[in-house]
Each structure stands twice: as structure tokens, then as C-alpha cells.
Design a protein around this ligand. Structure first.
Ligand code: SAH
Length: 343
């Protein structure tokens, strides 16, 4: 990607700068941006309102980062579609299209592989390959969106492989591209960014005062438990993490989501629920409970009835809690599972 201008990652303003360099009028930038981000052009040749000579010149100096589909799985249970795609031939990336009654949402990856090393997560098993570019985030969205039942998208979640805040520049650039009125124009309120809890980046994000939903993968009520499953907990203790969350909510006035995957015997007792409620007391947040996906042998999902009891304990202690509906169980839809099978 370094060799040529990565045009799919460029904002209209940056494309306008390129046009100036090429001696072209400014309005060409909007035309090109629209072709790429609204009309899913994969070559300059398709851009029929550009002069042929400009198309040729763009071909020479730029690259449109194309996505190729390696495998596609469709769940028989609920229509969830999982895509294994590739950039530059060997950079494998997963994304998922989930259809709900109110519309479809796409879950995308932010890195090929992951450095975070969470013990229950498959994405991390094969190590880290490289960061994805903002254009590559977009390409995943456009590729999945074309399969949406009504062609529309109601939301995007950055919850596939990788840690979005470990690739913060691409993540914030992606927000600009995807919410641009000349592109897909998805409002920030329809975008969720999930993080394992990189404290300095949470502060950095808070300063940007975005309208996105920030989700924190907590998965434990104490440092003691969290450290055994999430190496990042050794770097940023719970106290610092919760402080950064508090700052984030004060700065943005947006409600945080805490993701909490329940595993038998690990973090799912009534006492754990009480400790979690105490930890989150007074914070503008809600907890999303998830039966842990048995992607890695050591962890077993907590039975539904016990998850409901856990949710009730949180509610009784004034913490909002919901239980996430699990989709695509028959197609390895949890992050990293499909990619891992191909590496
Ligand atoms: N790195 C980011 C986003 C990618 S993971 C983060 O950590 O939030 C997306 C979500 O899936 C996270 O909440 C992660 O903890 C969760 N997850 C990963 N493996 C899982 C599993 N086996 N069962 C349930 N949730 C899992």
C-alpha cells in the first residue's frame, strides 16, 4: 500500500489536493469520492464522468484497495452471513452481516490478527499480521452491505478481529469516511467501537467528543480475574480503566457499554454480579451479557438461566443489563474462527 496513493483511505479534501497536483478542477475530488464510497467502484475505468486521460493518470499514481472474497458462509438459523476476505492476496480478514428486524448491521475487522492475547479469543491465536487501513475498513462494509436484504445498513460495529484503539488513526479516519455526506453517510450514533480497554486511547477518544458508542470488553469484576484472561489488565488496572471510562462519559455524555462474556465457574456467580455492580456504580453505562463462545477449549458458556439470574442481580443493584442474542452459531461467526481455519 505504500507504493501507490491509497485512494480509498483518502478524504475528499485529500483527493482535492491530489487533483490540484494533477492540474484538475476541485469538483473531480467529489466525483471520485462518490464513485468509491457510494457506488462501490473497484476500478478507475468505471468512473465514466471522468475524462479518459484522468482515469489513466489515476491508474498510474493511485491504488484502489480491492477486497476479494475467499469464503462466504450463510447461517441456516438466522441468515447471518460471514465473509472471509483478502487484501493484497494474503491478508485475511473477517466480517459479518447480521440482519435484525430493524435492519442489517455489519461487524468488521480492524487488524489482521491481534496483539492483545485474550485467552478466550481466537483472533489472537495466530499472532498479528498488520493493521488495516481506513479504506480497508470501508471495503469490508461495502462488500457486506451489498448482501443486506434491503440494501440498507442500520449500523456498523468494530468488533471483528483486532483492537480498534491499537489502530486509532485508521479508526478515526474510517469514522470520517463512512459518515461523510458524499459517501455512505452513516451517522456516528450508528457505529460501535469495541475495545479491550486501552486507557490512553480512551482518553484520546474522549477528547474527540464523538457520538459513537464505545464498548469496553470487561469480562471480569476484578483485576484478579481479569488478569487471568486478558493480558491488557496487567498494563492497565481496573481502577485506571474505570477512571478513564468515567472521564469518557463526562466528556461525551454518551452511555458506555460494558461487554461481559460469562464462562462457567470463571466470572458468573452472584458474588461476581454484585462485585460488578459495585464497580460500575454511578457510571453512565449498561452491561451487555454474552454467553462465552466456546471457541477455545478452556471456556464453557454459562447456561441461559444462570445468565438471566446474573442480569437480575445487576438490575437489582441498579445496573442496566441486557443479554446479547447470539447469531450465526452454526457458521463459526465469533471473531477469528473462520480466519483461523484458513491460516
Ligand atoms: N479488540 C476489541 C474488539 C474485538 S473482539 C475488544 O476486545 O473489544 C469483540 C468482542 O468479542 C470483545 O468483547 C471480545 O472480548 C469478544 N470475544 C472474543 N472472543 C469471544 C468468545 N470466545 N466468546 C465471547 N466473546 C468473545
Amino acid at each position: 500500500m505504500k507504493l501507490k496513493n491509497d485512494i480509498l483511505s483518502k478524504t475528499p479534501l485529500e483527493i482535492a489536493e491530489l487533483m490540484a497536483e494533477l492540474g484538475q478542477p476541485k469538483y473531480r475530488a467529489d466525483q471520485i469520492f462518490e464513485w468509491l464510497h457510494r457506488r462501490n467502484a473497484t476500478s478507475f475505468d468505471e468512473m465514466e464522468n471522468l475524462p479518459k486521460s484522468l482515469r489513466k493518470e489515476l491508474e498510474r499514481v493511485c491504488k484502489i484497495q480491492n477486497i476479494s472474497e475467499v469464503e462466504k458462509l450463510i447461517s441456516k438459523n438466522d441468515g447471518t452471513t460471514k465473509f472471509l476476505t483478502a487484501f493484497d492476496n494474503d491478508v485475511l480478514v473477517e466480517s459479518v452481516l447480521m440482519s435484525y428486524r430493524h435492519g442489517a448491521s455489519v461487524c468488521i475487522s480492524t487488524q489482521a490478527g491481534c496483539k492483545m492475547g485474550c485467552k478466550f479469543c481466537v483472533s489472537t491465536e495466530e499472532g498479528f499480521q498488520r493493521n488495516l487501513t481506513a479504506g480497508e475498513y470501508c471495503a469490508q462494509v461495502y462488500n457486506a452491505a451489498k448482501e443486506s436484504p434491503n440494501g440498507k445498513l442500520s449500523g456498523i460495529v468494530l468488533m471483528g478481529c483486532g483492537e480498534p484503539l491499537d489502530n486509532l488513526d485508521a479508526t478515526t479516519r474510517f469514522l470520517e469516511l463512512i459518515s461523510h455526506p458524499k459517501g455512505l453517510n452513516i451517522g456516528q450514533r450508528h457505529i460501535t467501537i469495541s475495545t479491550c480497554g486501552l486507557v490512553p486511547q480512551i482518553y484520546e477518544l474522549a477528547e474527540q467528543q464523538l457520538q459513537i458508542t464505545l464498548a469496553i470488553s470487561l469480562h471480569a469484576p476484578s483485576d484478579e480475574i481479569r488478569k487471568t484472561i486478558m493480558p491488557i489488565a496487567k498494563k492497565y488496572p481496573m481502577k485506571e480503566l474505570i477512571q478513564s471510562c468515567k472521564y469518557y462519559t463526562e466528556k461525551t455524555r454518551r452511555r458506555l457499554t460494558f461487554e461481559y462474556a460469562l464462562a462457567k465457574g470463571l466470572n458468573d456467580s452472584t458474588n461476581h454480579a454484585k462485585a460488578l455492580a459495585k464497580l460500575l456504580k454511578g457510571l453512565l453505562c449498561h452491561v451487555n451479557l454474552i454467553p462465552i463462545n466456546k471457541a477455545r477449549d478452556k471456556f464453557h458458556p454459562t447456561p441461559r438461566r444462570e445468565i438471566e439470574a446474573f442480569a437480575q442481580t445487576l438490575q437489582d443493584n441498579n445496573i442496566n443489563a441486557t443479554i446479547r442474542r447470539s447469531l450465526g452459531g452454526d457458521i463459526d461467526a465469533a471473531c477469528g474462527q473462520l480466519r483461523a481455519r484458513h491460516i
